[in-house]
Design a protein around this ligand. Structure first.
Ligand SMILES: Cc1cc2nc3c(=O)[nH]c(=O)nc-3n(C[C@H](O)[C@H](O)[C@H](O)COP(=O)(O)O)c2cc1C
Length: 193
C-alpha cells in the first residue's frame, strides 16, 4: 500500500444567518475531521468574507488570500449548507465563485441542514450542478441533518449517536476520492492543471 499524507480539506460554513443551526453542524463536522489522522481540515465561515456589493467572482479573489491559498493547497472541500426554500444561500455561491481553476479535479462532500424532515437532500441536489461546473468531483455519501433544531444542545453537543457511523462513511468516501484525485493530479497529464 502507498503511504498517504493527510488530505487537506477546508470546511465551508455557508450561511451568515443570526442564530444559524448550521454553525453547530459545521463545528461538529470539523471536530470529527480533526479526530481523523487522514484529514487536515480548516474551517471557513462565510461571515468572514467581506464580499463587496459592487463586484463579484474571480477578479476579486486576491482580496481573499486565505481562501484562495487554502483551495490551492486543498485536496477536497466540505460544504455545509442549510436548505433555504429548497436552495442554498447565495453566500455559498458568492464564496465558491471567487475561484475556478483552483477547484479542478478535487473532491467535494456535501452536508445538508434543514428544519424539515429531509435533511437538506433537496439543497444538496441543487448544489451538485454548481460544484460540478467548478471542476469539483462530488462524493455520493452525503451527511444530512434533518430537524436540526432537535439534534444539538445549546453548547453544540450532538444528541444523536447515529451520526458517528454516518460521519465515518462520509469521511471515508471523501478521503478516498481526495486521495485518488490527488494521485491523478500529481501523476497524470491533464490540460486543466
Ligand atoms: C430563508 C429561509 C428559507 C428556508 N427554507 C427551508 C426549506 O425550504 N426547507 C426546510 O426544511 N427548512 C427551511 N428553512 C429552515 C432552515 O433549514 C433552518 O433554519 C435550519 O436550522 C438550517 O438553517 P440555519 O443554519 O440558518 O439555521 C429556511 C430558513 C430560511 C431562513
Amino acid at each position: 500500500m502507498i503511504e498517504h499524507s493527510p488530505v487537506n480539506i477546508p470546511v465551508l460554513l455557508g450561511t451568515p444567518r443570526k442564530g444559524r443551526q448550521s454553525d453547530h453542524v459545521a463545528r461538529w463536522v470539523l471536530k470529527k475531521a480533526e479526530e481523523r489522522k487522514d484529514i487536515e481540515p480548516q474551517l471557513f465561515d462565510v461571515r468572514d468574507f467581506d464580499l463587496p456589493a459592487d463586484h463579484y467572482g474571480m477578479e476579486i479573489k486576491d482580496r481573499f488570500p486565505e481562501w484562495r491559498d487554502a483551495i490551492i493547497d486543498a485536496d477536497g472541500l466540505i460544504v455545509v449548507t442549510p436548505e433555504y426554500n429548497h436552495g442554498y444561500p447565495g453566500t455559498i455561491k458568492a464564496v465558491l465563485d471567487l475561484l475556478l481553476k483552483e477547484y479542478i479535479h478535487k473532491a467535494v462532500g456535501l452536508v445538508g441542514v434543514s428544519a424539515g424532515p429531509w435533511g437538506g437532500t433537496r439543497v444538496i441536489e441543487s448544489l451538485v450542478p454548481a460544484v460540478r461546473e467548478l471542476g469539483l468531483a462530488v462524493t455520493f455519501t452525503d451527511l444530512n441533518f434533518p430537524k436540526v433544531g432537535d439534534k444539538f444542545d445549546d453548547e453544540g453537543n450532538l444528541l444523536d449517536d447515529s451520526f458517528e457511523k454516518r460521519a465515518d462513511s462520509f469521511f471515508d468516501e471523501l478521503v478516498w476520492m481526495a486521495r485518488t484525485l490527488r494521485w491523478g493530479r500529481e501523476n497524470l497529464d491533464s490540460e486543466h492543471h
